[in-house]
Design a protein around this ligand. Sequence first.
Ligand SMILES: [Zn+2]
Length: 74
Amino acid sequence: MTISAMIVIYVALALGALCTLGIYSEMRRRRFGPMHPEDRIFRCDQCGYVYTDDPDVDRSRCMQCGKLNDPIAF
Ligand SMILES: [Zn+2]
């Protein structure tokens, strides 16, 4: 194998890794939107307020009216 062929393969691999990383981060960003990806999204049944909370809580209290709500399932 020549040096130029090794350089071409190296550059191709680096570009492929960059593309894979870019597509992966773009998919993550589109799926979760601007909100924190590890947070759960809640929507209040009583007043309609949408908010996020930690992923380890099953039910979260509405900051507007104090009602307990279930997380939105995707
Ligand atoms: Zn509420």
